[in-house]
Ligand binder design. Structure first.
Ligand code: PGA
Length: 262
Protein backbone atom coordinates (compact mmCIF):
# COMPACT_ATOMS: atom_id res chain seq x y z
CA UNK A 1 0.00 0.00 0.00
CA UNK A 2 1.41 3.41 -0.86
CA UNK A 3 -0.14 5.04 2.20
CA UNK A 4 -0.32 3.77 5.70
CA UNK A 5 -1.15 6.41 8.31
CA UNK A 6 0.64 4.18 10.80
CA UNK A 7 3.77 4.14 8.68
CA UNK A 8 6.30 6.21 10.61
CA UNK A 9 7.08 9.57 9.05
CA UNK A 10 10.34 9.49 7.16
CA UNK A 11 13.12 11.90 8.02
CA UNK A 12 12.99 14.10 4.97
CA UNK A 13 11.08 13.49 1.78
CA UNK A 14 13.14 12.33 -1.22
CA UNK A 15 13.95 15.28 -3.44
CA UNK A 16 15.27 15.65 -6.95
CA UNK A 17 17.03 18.97 -7.36
CA UNK A 18 17.64 20.13 -10.91
CA UNK A 19 19.30 23.28 -12.10
CA UNK A 20 16.09 24.72 -13.51
CA UNK A 21 12.36 24.28 -13.20
CA UNK A 22 12.18 23.63 -16.92
CA UNK A 23 14.59 20.73 -16.66
CA UNK A 24 12.64 19.27 -13.73
CA UNK A 25 9.34 19.74 -15.55
CA UNK A 26 10.60 17.96 -18.64
CA UNK A 27 11.81 15.03 -16.53
CA UNK A 28 8.44 14.81 -14.77
CA UNK A 29 6.61 14.97 -18.12
CA UNK A 30 8.76 12.06 -19.33
CA UNK A 31 7.79 10.03 -16.28
CA UNK A 32 4.12 10.77 -16.93
CA UNK A 33 4.49 9.85 -20.61
CA UNK A 34 6.21 6.58 -19.72
CA UNK A 35 3.37 5.73 -17.33
CA UNK A 36 0.72 6.53 -19.96
CA UNK A 37 2.48 4.29 -22.50
CA UNK A 38 2.99 1.48 -19.99
CA UNK A 39 -0.68 1.54 -19.06
CA UNK A 40 -1.72 1.63 -22.71
CA UNK A 41 0.49 -1.33 -23.57
CA UNK A 42 -1.27 -3.25 -20.76
CA UNK A 43 -4.66 -2.21 -22.16
CA UNK A 44 -5.38 -0.11 -19.09
CA UNK A 45 -6.33 3.47 -18.43
CA UNK A 46 -3.86 5.81 -16.76
CA UNK A 47 -5.47 7.86 -14.00
CA UNK A 48 -3.72 11.16 -13.38
CA UNK A 49 -4.36 13.69 -10.64
CA UNK A 50 -3.55 17.13 -12.03
CA UNK A 51 -2.73 20.50 -10.53
CA UNK A 52 -3.16 24.11 -11.62
CA UNK A 53 -1.13 27.23 -10.84
CA UNK A 54 2.04 28.48 -12.46
CA UNK A 55 4.20 25.57 -11.32
CA UNK A 56 3.00 22.74 -13.61
CA UNK A 57 2.84 24.87 -16.78
CA UNK A 58 6.07 23.52 -18.26
CA UNK A 59 5.01 19.93 -17.53
CA UNK A 60 1.86 20.50 -19.57
CA UNK A 61 3.79 22.26 -22.35
CA UNK A 62 6.14 19.29 -22.58
CA UNK A 63 3.26 16.79 -22.64
CA UNK A 64 1.71 18.77 -25.51
CA UNK A 65 5.04 18.74 -27.34
CA UNK A 66 5.30 14.98 -26.90
CA UNK A 67 1.75 14.58 -28.21
CA UNK A 68 2.55 16.65 -31.30
CA UNK A 69 6.05 15.47 -32.03
CA UNK A 70 6.33 12.00 -30.54
CA UNK A 71 2.83 10.60 -30.97
CA UNK A 72 2.05 10.45 -27.26
CA UNK A 73 -1.68 9.73 -27.07
CA UNK A 74 -3.98 10.54 -24.18
CA UNK A 75 -6.89 8.40 -25.38
CA UNK A 76 -6.38 6.02 -22.43
CA UNK A 77 -5.87 8.80 -19.88
CA UNK A 78 -8.40 9.80 -17.22
CA UNK A 79 -7.77 12.96 -15.19
CA UNK A 80 -9.00 14.35 -11.90
CA UNK A 81 -8.02 17.89 -11.01
CA UNK A 82 -7.26 18.77 -7.43
CA UNK A 83 -9.43 21.79 -6.96
CA UNK A 84 -11.52 24.71 -8.18
CA UNK A 85 -12.49 28.03 -6.64
CA UNK A 86 -16.04 28.29 -5.32
CA UNK A 87 -18.15 29.77 -6.65
CA UNK A 88 -16.64 29.80 -10.13
CA UNK A 89 -18.05 29.77 -13.65
CA UNK A 90 -16.04 27.51 -15.98
CA UNK A 91 -15.72 30.31 -18.55
CA UNK A 92 -14.33 32.88 -16.07
CA UNK A 93 -10.74 34.00 -16.63
CA UNK A 94 -9.62 32.51 -13.28
CA UNK A 95 -11.49 29.22 -13.65
CA UNK A 96 -9.38 26.10 -13.39
CA UNK A 97 -11.59 24.51 -16.05
CA UNK A 98 -10.52 27.23 -18.41
CA UNK A 99 -6.89 26.97 -17.24
CA UNK A 100 -6.76 23.23 -17.92
CA UNK A 101 -8.41 23.56 -21.32
CA UNK A 102 -6.02 26.31 -22.39
CA UNK A 103 -2.87 24.81 -20.90
CA UNK A 104 -3.44 21.13 -21.77
CA UNK A 105 -6.73 19.60 -22.79
CA UNK A 106 -7.40 21.71 -25.92
CA UNK A 107 -4.07 20.54 -27.34
CA UNK A 108 -4.19 16.77 -26.77
CA UNK A 109 -6.48 13.88 -27.71
CA UNK A 110 -7.97 13.13 -24.28
CA UNK A 111 -11.66 12.16 -24.54
CA UNK A 112 -13.76 14.95 -22.97
CA UNK A 113 -15.63 12.45 -20.79
CA UNK A 114 -12.33 11.40 -19.17
CA UNK A 115 -11.68 14.87 -17.73
CA UNK A 116 -12.86 15.69 -14.20
CA UNK A 117 -12.50 19.08 -12.51
CA UNK A 118 -14.44 20.07 -9.40
CA UNK A 119 -17.52 22.05 -10.45
CA UNK A 120 -17.55 25.56 -9.02
CA UNK A 121 -21.16 26.13 -10.13
CA UNK A 122 -22.75 23.48 -7.93
CA UNK A 123 -25.31 24.83 -5.45
CA UNK A 124 -24.38 25.04 -1.80
CA UNK A 125 -27.13 22.53 -1.00
CA UNK A 126 -25.66 19.98 -3.37
CA UNK A 127 -21.95 20.49 -2.78
CA UNK A 128 -21.45 17.79 -0.12
CA UNK A 129 -23.10 15.12 -2.29
CA UNK A 130 -21.16 16.40 -5.29
CA UNK A 131 -17.87 16.00 -3.39
CA UNK A 132 -18.80 12.45 -2.35
CA UNK A 133 -19.51 11.73 -6.01
CA UNK A 134 -16.07 13.05 -6.99
CA UNK A 135 -14.47 10.61 -4.56
CA UNK A 136 -16.59 7.78 -5.95
CA UNK A 137 -15.55 8.59 -9.50
CA UNK A 138 -11.87 8.41 -8.55
CA UNK A 139 -12.46 5.07 -6.82
CA UNK A 140 -14.48 3.74 -9.76
CA UNK A 141 -11.48 4.42 -12.03
CA UNK A 142 -9.27 2.38 -9.72
CA UNK A 143 -7.70 5.30 -7.85
CA UNK A 144 -5.04 7.77 -8.91
CA UNK A 145 -1.92 6.29 -10.50
CA UNK A 146 0.01 9.52 -10.15
CA UNK A 147 -0.83 12.80 -8.46
CA UNK A 148 0.94 15.99 -9.47
CA UNK A 149 1.09 18.66 -6.76
CA UNK A 150 2.29 22.20 -6.25
CA UNK A 151 2.69 23.70 -2.80
CA UNK A 152 1.33 26.94 -1.40
CA UNK A 153 3.53 29.25 0.66
CA UNK A 154 1.60 28.23 3.80
CA UNK A 155 2.04 24.56 2.97
CA UNK A 156 -1.23 23.68 1.30
CA UNK A 157 -1.53 20.82 -1.18
CA UNK A 158 -4.55 21.22 -3.39
CA UNK A 159 -6.53 23.75 -1.36
CA UNK A 160 -5.96 21.80 1.85
CA UNK A 161 -5.05 24.77 3.96
CA UNK A 162 -3.35 24.66 7.39
CA UNK A 163 -5.67 22.78 9.77
CA UNK A 164 -6.65 20.16 7.18
CA UNK A 165 -6.51 16.64 8.54
CA UNK A 166 -4.79 13.55 7.17
CA UNK A 167 -8.13 11.83 6.60
CA UNK A 168 -9.85 14.78 4.90
CA UNK A 169 -11.71 14.03 1.66
CA UNK A 170 -13.03 16.12 -1.22
CA UNK A 171 -14.98 19.01 0.29
CA UNK A 172 -15.77 22.70 0.33
CA UNK A 173 -13.07 24.64 2.19
CA UNK A 174 -12.32 28.21 3.24
CA UNK A 175 -9.18 29.68 1.70
CA UNK A 176 -6.61 31.27 3.99
CA UNK A 177 -5.17 34.75 3.64
CA UNK A 178 -1.81 33.68 2.18
CA UNK A 179 -3.57 31.73 -0.57
CA UNK A 180 -5.90 34.63 -1.33
CA UNK A 181 -3.00 37.10 -1.37
CA UNK A 182 -1.12 34.90 -3.82
CA UNK A 183 -4.18 34.83 -6.09
CA UNK A 184 -4.89 38.56 -5.78
CA UNK A 185 -3.09 39.63 -8.95
CA UNK A 186 -5.15 37.23 -11.07
CA UNK A 187 -8.31 38.78 -9.61
CA UNK A 188 -7.22 42.45 -9.70
CA UNK A 189 -7.23 42.61 -5.91
CA UNK A 190 -7.65 40.31 -2.93
CA UNK A 191 -11.22 41.53 -2.38
CA UNK A 192 -12.21 39.77 -5.61
CA UNK A 193 -10.61 36.40 -4.75
CA UNK A 194 -13.24 33.80 -3.79
CA UNK A 195 -13.25 32.86 -0.12
CA UNK A 196 -13.94 29.21 -0.74
CA UNK A 197 -12.92 26.34 -2.98
CA UNK A 198 -13.67 22.67 -3.60
CA UNK A 199 -10.60 20.52 -3.10
CA UNK A 200 -9.65 16.88 -3.02
CA UNK A 201 -8.75 16.03 0.57
CA UNK A 202 -5.37 15.14 2.00
CA UNK A 203 -6.70 11.59 2.37
CA UNK A 204 -7.72 11.55 -1.30
CA UNK A 205 -4.26 12.69 -2.37
CA UNK A 206 -2.52 10.23 -0.04
CA UNK A 207 -4.24 7.30 -1.76
CA UNK A 208 -2.49 8.06 -5.04
CA UNK A 209 0.00 5.33 -5.86
CA UNK A 210 2.68 7.90 -6.65
CA UNK A 211 2.93 11.58 -5.77
CA UNK A 212 5.19 14.17 -7.40
CA UNK A 213 5.30 17.61 -5.82
CA UNK A 214 6.84 20.40 -7.88
CA UNK A 215 8.16 23.61 -6.35
CA UNK A 216 10.24 26.19 -8.14
CA UNK A 217 11.65 29.58 -7.22
CA UNK A 218 13.00 31.24 -4.10
CA UNK A 219 9.52 32.11 -2.80
CA UNK A 220 9.02 28.39 -2.12
CA UNK A 221 12.39 27.73 -0.41
CA UNK A 222 11.17 28.21 3.14
CA UNK A 223 8.00 26.11 2.82
CA UNK A 224 9.86 23.38 0.91
CA UNK A 225 12.32 23.05 3.80
CA UNK A 226 9.51 23.00 6.37
CA UNK A 227 7.50 20.48 4.37
CA UNK A 228 10.32 18.05 3.70
CA UNK A 229 12.31 18.33 6.92
CA UNK A 230 9.83 19.64 9.49
CA UNK A 231 7.58 17.82 11.93
CA UNK A 232 4.41 16.30 10.51
CA UNK A 233 1.61 18.63 11.49
CA UNK A 234 -1.78 19.87 10.36
CA UNK A 235 -0.31 23.36 10.40
CA UNK A 236 1.69 22.44 7.26
CA UNK A 237 -0.52 19.95 5.37
CA UNK A 238 2.28 19.07 2.93
CA UNK A 239 4.12 17.42 5.85
CA UNK A 240 1.53 14.61 5.72
CA UNK A 241 3.40 13.46 2.62
CA UNK A 242 6.06 12.06 4.99
CA UNK A 243 3.64 9.18 5.52
CA UNK A 244 3.51 8.28 1.80
CA UNK A 245 5.82 5.56 0.60
CA UNK A 246 6.17 6.78 -3.00
CA UNK A 247 6.46 10.55 -2.97
CA UNK A 248 9.14 12.78 -4.43
CA UNK A 249 9.69 16.52 -4.46
CA UNK A 250 11.08 17.87 -7.73
CA UNK A 251 12.84 21.17 -7.10
CA UNK A 252 15.08 23.72 -8.74
CA UNK A 253 18.18 25.09 -7.06
CA UNK A 254 16.37 28.11 -5.66
CA UNK A 255 13.45 26.25 -4.08
CA UNK A 256 15.90 23.72 -2.62
CA UNK A 257 18.18 26.40 -1.18
CA UNK A 258 17.07 25.98 2.47
CA UNK A 259 17.23 22.18 2.59
CA UNK A 260 19.77 20.87 5.07
CA UNK A 261 19.43 17.11 4.73
CA UNK A 262 21.47 15.52 1.97
P1 PGA B 1 1.68 28.06 -7.87
O1 PGA B 1 0.64 27.52 -6.80
O2 PGA B 1 2.00 26.91 -8.76
O3 PGA B 1 0.92 29.11 -8.63
O4 PGA B 1 2.86 28.57 -7.12
C1 PGA B 1 0.94 26.33 -6.14
C2 PGA B 1 -0.11 26.02 -5.11
O5 PGA B 1 -0.71 26.95 -4.55
O6 PGA B 1 -0.35 24.84 -4.86
Amino acid sequence: MPVDPLCPAKRGIPSQVLTSGLEASQAVAREIADLIRLRESDGQTCVLGLATGSTPLDVYAELIRMHREEGLSFRNVVTFNLDEYYPMQPTAAQSYVRFMNEQLFDHIDIPAENVHIPDGTISLDDVAAYCDGYEQKIAARGGLDLQLLGIGRAGHIGFNEPGSTLDSRTRLVTLNDVTREDAASAYSGIENVPRQAITMGVGTIMQARRIILLAFGSSKASIVARATEGTVSESVPATFLHHHSNVEFWLDETSAAQLSLS
